[in-house]
Ligand binder design. Structure first.
Ligand code: SAH
Length: 343
């Protein structure tokens, strides 16, 4: 069966024309699905019962059920473990900032990338998410919290550029003013560095912010913690990011997770600064979130501050990521893994 929520407006119109339905029906149905975020045809009250039954026979509507929900007592961050129609689990996190609500969503069920510090890889890769399933994470959270979400980061479970077509469809859908109407300038796509897909993303001409998970200043060190680096080197990935910035006029960010004794020395910061010299970008420093089984220890506050100061002394814009939802294990991948192992 087809997920009607994962059809673009044009695809939906075409499908409905085969059922001899006029275009305004497509508009009504599209708005129920994307603006209202309904999860059943019965909620589409301006359609006849017959038509609802007809649609129900032919399509399903992707949606997420809240399986578990955690609210941080420290900062109101909300973390969800969500169940999809086939019983698989994904995670999403909503964070409150001064400028509005941001949701961190998953793009795949599990991940193939194998980064050594990350929990998402541990429970194995299952499948790509449909665009409707990415969007449903937003609808579910908005409905549950009674707020409008204005910003999206694709930093949950999965590698967005490994699910390229569905992610692009998702981006166009959330941007549609007949739906969620979210500005793509307020959307961040994070990647571990699948270089050809970064160039493909440039060609899509979408004004999203690109974030590259770099985590190390050279190939030796990066390959040890990120297997994807064996395929595309640090230099290749930085070059692709420079192209992205030039072609889209959007500033690129680099994520750099600091792991005690692995990548957090003054020499590492200096090497990173030399690699990024002359590139107007932003470096986000994140003390590693320790995941059981991974055994990575977060860098001391002193090492984190020192790393930032060294980058700044070379004129590189760097900030330390504020940790939100510390009391609820808000970083992604951990809940799905627990659920799978039956804890
Ligand atoms: N696959 C994408 C997006 C998902 S991960 C990517 O690699 O960018 C989102 C960010 O969280 C990435 O920068 C990732 O490297 C980082 N991350 C994963 N596990 C982490 C951990 N245990 N501590 C800190 N950051 C982590």
């Amino acid at each position: 069966m087809t997920d009607i929520k994962s059809l673009s407006f044009d695809e939906l119109s075409e499908e409905l024309s085969t059922l001899n339905l006029p275009r305004y029906r497509a508009e009504q149905i599209y708005s129920w699905l994307h603006k209202n975020g309904v999860s059943s045809f019965d909620e589409m009250t301006n359609l006849s019962k017959d038509l609802r039954a007809q649609l129900d026979e032919k399509y399903f509507i992707s949606s997420c059920e809240i399986e578990e929900k955690y609210v941080s007592k420290l900062d109101e961050t909300v973390k969800y473990l969500l169940r999809l129609h086939d019983g698989e689990y994904i995670e999403a996190v909503v964070m409150k900032y001064k400028y509005g609500y941001t949701i961190c969503i998953s793009s795949q069920i599990g991940c193939k990338m194998g980064c050594k510090f990350c929990a998402s890889t541990l429970a194995g890769f299952k499948r790509n998410l449909l665009s409707g399933e990415m969007e449903s994470q937003i609808h579910t959270a908005q409905r549950d919290l009674g707020v409008r979400i204005s910003h999206i980061v694709l930093m949950g479970i999965g590698e967005p550029l490994d699910n390229f077509d569905n992610v692009i469809k998702f981006l166009r859908t959330v941007n549609d003013d007949r739906g969620l109407n979210i500005s793509l300038r307020d959307v961040t796509v994070s990647t571990c560095g699948i270089v050809p897909k970064i160039y493909d993303l440039i060609n899509e001409k979408l004004p999203v912010t690109l974030t590259l998970s770099l985590h190390a200043p050279n190939d030796d060190m990066r390959s040890r913690i990120m297997p994807v680096n064996d395929r595309w080197s640090v230099d290749e990935v930085i070059k692709a990011c420079k192209s992205y910035a030039e072609q889209t006029s959007r500033r690129v960010s680099f994520e750099y997770t600091l792991i005690n004794g692995v990548n957090d020395t003054t020499e590492c910061a200096e090497e990173l600064a030399s690699k990024l010299k002359g590139f107007i970008c932003h470096v986000n420093l994140i003390p590693v979130n320790d995941v059981e089984e991974r055994g990575n220890v977060r860098s001391s506050d002193k090492a984190v501050n020192n790393f930032k100061d060294v980058l700044k002394s070379y004129g590189i814009n760097a900030t330390i990521r504020r940790t939100l939802g510390k009391d609820i294990n808000a970083s992604c991948g951990q809940l799905r893994r627990k659920k799978k192992s039956g804890d």
